[in-house]
Design a binder for this molecule. Structure first.
Ligand code: PMP
Length: 441
């Protein structure tokens, strides 16, 4: 295993007290052959150090939030200030208004927002609000998109396109699964078929407008426009899960990303949006928002209930404000883009040199590496890649101090702290990994 003796020891200890030794299954190494995950001790900028003192270049970025790098001084100062002033009041603060204004300015479809504590909560609540507003109960979602761990969105595709779902987790009752229809991403006909079939039962269509959960996948040109039009003409709401994508590619969200080349912003504007990850600057957060008349369904104005002891807490909000402030640095997103472009070019060249089949999906500063020789534009294609090859690559990179997510579906995230030197080192490590993989074929 790549884990040093102290990680091995801590893993054994953790297993005694914490289920599976981890507090989120994505942190376990189960998908890459098992064994002890690496226990981290400290992070600074683009690096973290494990419990055995080994340094890693971090492309995991904590599954997305750490876009500024670890312990960014502006965010750290904001968190310290919040801690000194009291972390929780159970009463509103001005900080929440400031942050709501910042989000609204960056994402114009948000007339009103509400802060919660995680992406899961944000998504879960958009569904409740959509149901309250439409008086309908079913939702349509897309195969391979992940929307957190609430019951409704832990329902997978049944057999064939546009069939009712089957629970993806024990404990999700079949009655819940019967409320969910799963269709393939980037397939407008499958969506239209499902809308036709279930018509006025559909409260909402829930989508990652740009996918981050089976690699980085762009909607094909025109797809989101057609999705929004078909959904609206069915009287259903469009919900964008932008937990990964908001503030990822530019200072704004996928719905305002010019890389989508939408005919007009209004053609791809959702009714509701779920946010999380980056907007918390590394502290727990979620948010949801959208059209005023829909958001007015929420208590205390309307009949849809949602609450939270920790919601909008000053520490998370302060970290979020500081993070968005730092992200406004001119040229920051272009720098992430340039770094990722260098990395993409280097990885592609190294793979070619050693005859390794590799498809790289890159969107600005994020990319995903798929061990296959076909494009990846939907979940079927993402599944049809070589997981064992990925696991070998993952471990060879880890050995050389390059940390990726332990899953073939996850992206590599550039942070504002990465440098060309890191990219050069990473490409050299990948070249070595590919050479070893080619020799062992
Ligand atoms: N939606 C998307 C698109 C996500 O990627 C995630 C988390 N990876 C979530 C929702 C859930 O967010 P959280 O883990 O904060 O509950």
């Amino acid at each position: 295993s790549q884990a040093g003796p102290r990680s091995e020891y801590l893993y054994k200890e953790a297993l005694q007290h914490i289920v599976g030794g981890v507090n989120s299954p994505s942190r376990s190494f189960k998908a890459v052959g098992g064994g002890a995950p690496i226990f981290m001790k400290r992070g600074q900028g683009a690096y973290f150090w494990d419990e055995d003192g080994k340094k890693y270049i971090d492309y995991l970025a904590a599954y997305g939030p750490i876009i500024l790098g670890h312990a960014h001084p502006h965010v750290t100062a904001a968190i310290c200030r919040a801690a000194e002033n009291g972390t929780l009041f159970g009463a509103p603060t001005e900080l929440e208004i400031t942050f709501a204004q910042m989000l609204k300015a960056a994402i114009p479809s948000l007339d009103k927002v509400r802060f919660v504590n995680s992406g899961t909560e944000a998504v879960m609540t958009t569904i409740r609000v959509a149901r309250a507003f439409t008086g309908r109960s079913k939702i349509i979602k897309f195969a391979g998109c992940y929307h957190g761990h609430s019951d409704l969105v832990l329902v997978a595709a049944g057999s064939g396109p546009s069939t009712l779902g089957i629970p993806d987790s024990a404990g999700v009752p079949p009655s819940i699964a019967s409320e969910v229809i799963t269709v393939p991403y980037n397939d407008i006909e499958a969506l239209k078929e499902a809308l036709d079939r279930w018509g006025d039962e559909i409260a909402a269509v829930m989508i990652e407008p740009i996918v981050g959960n089976f690699g980085m996948v762009m909607p094909i040109p025109g797809y989101l426009e057609q999705l929004c039009a078909a959904t609206r003409s069915n009287g259903s709401l469009v919900i964008y899960d932008e937990v990964i994508t908001a503030f990822r590619f530019h200072y704004g969200s996928a719905q305002t990303f010019d890389g989508l080349q939408a005919a007009s912003l209004s053609a791809i504007e959702p009714d509701l949006t779920a946010l999380g990850k980056i907007i918390g600057g590394g502290l727990p957060i979620g948010a949801y928002g959208g059209r005023k008349e829909i958001m007015e369904q929420v208590a205390p104005l309307g009949p849809a209930y949602q609450a939270g002891t920790m919601a909008g807490n000053p520490a998370s909000i302060s970290a979020g404000i500081a993070c968005l402030e730092a992200l406004q640095e001119p040229g920051l997103y272009d720098r992430l883009n340039a770094l990722a472009a260098s990395l993409e070019a280097g990885l592609a060249q190294a793979a070619r040199k050693h005859g390794i089949a590799l498809t790289i999906n890159r969107i600005r500063g994020s990319l995903s590496t798929h061990f296959c020789d076909h494009p990846v534009s939907n979940y079927d294609e993402a599944q049809d890649t070589d997981g064992e090859q990925f696991a070998r690559f993952f471990r060879l990179m880890l050995e050389q101090g390059i940390c990726l997510a332990p899953s073939k579906y996850e992206a590599w995230f550039m942070t504002a702290a990465h440098t060309e030197t890191d990219i050069t080192a990473t490409i050299a490590a990948a070249e070595h990994a590919f050479a070893v993989m080619a020799a062992n074929r």
